[in-house]
Design a protein around this ligand. Structure first.
Ligand SMILES: [Zn+2]
Length: 138
C-alpha cells in the first residue's frame, strides 16, 4: 500500500494530479521536462509550493495564473476554461448576471479547453464557481 505523500514545504497531505494539468499551468515547461513521473498538488493556502514531483517543486511564481485555492484576492481565476477571474465575476454580478451562462455571454468568452487540463486541480470548476457566485450575490 502506498503511503500518504506530503508537501516537502509545509508537510500537509497532497493530491495526485496529472502531468498535463501541470504542463498547462507552468510558465516554463523546462521544469517538467526534467522530471519523469508523478505529480502531486499542495492545496494548503499559506504554502508557496503548488506542484511537487520528486525533487521538483513548482511554486506559485512558476505558474501562469493565480490559483483560487491559494489566493483570496480578486486576481484569482475561478473558471480556467473560460478564463474568468473573481473580479470579473463581481463586475458581472453588478451588471445583473446571475449564472455562469450570463457571465460568459457578457464577456463574450470563448471556451478554450477542457477543465482537465485548464483547471489547476484537473477537475471541473462548476461547484467552485457556484459557491463563489453565491458568495458574491449575497
Ligand atoms: Zn505545501
Amino acid at each position: 500500500m502506498k503511503g500518504i505523500k506530503i508537501c516537502p514545504d509545509c508537510g500537509q497531505p497532497t493530491l495526485k494530479i496529472k502531468e498535463n494539468t501541470v504542463r498547462n499551468l507552468v510558465k516554463s515547461s523546462d521544469k517538467i521536462n526534467q522530471t519523469k513521473g508523478k505529480w502531486q498538488l499542495c492545496v494548503d493556502k499559506e504554502c508557496e509550493t503548488v506542484y511537487i514531483s520528486g525533487e521538483s517543486n513548482l511554486k506559485k511564481d512558476d505558474l501562469k495564473y493565480s490559483l483560487f485555492f491559494k489566493d483570496n484576492s480578486d486576481n484569482a481565476i475561478i473558471c480556467y476554461c473560460y478564463d474568468i477571474s473573481r473580479a470579473e465575476m463581481k463586475s458581472a454580478v453588478e451588471k445583473g448576471c446571475r449564472t455562469k451562462g450570463d457571465i460568459c455571454k457578457l464577456f463574450k468568452k470563448k471556451k478554450s479547453g477542457s477543465c482537465e487540463t485548464s483547471n489547476p486541480l484537473g477537475k471541473s470548476c462548476s461547484e467552485v464557481f457556484k459557491f463563489e457566485l453565491n458568495k458574491i450575490m449575497k
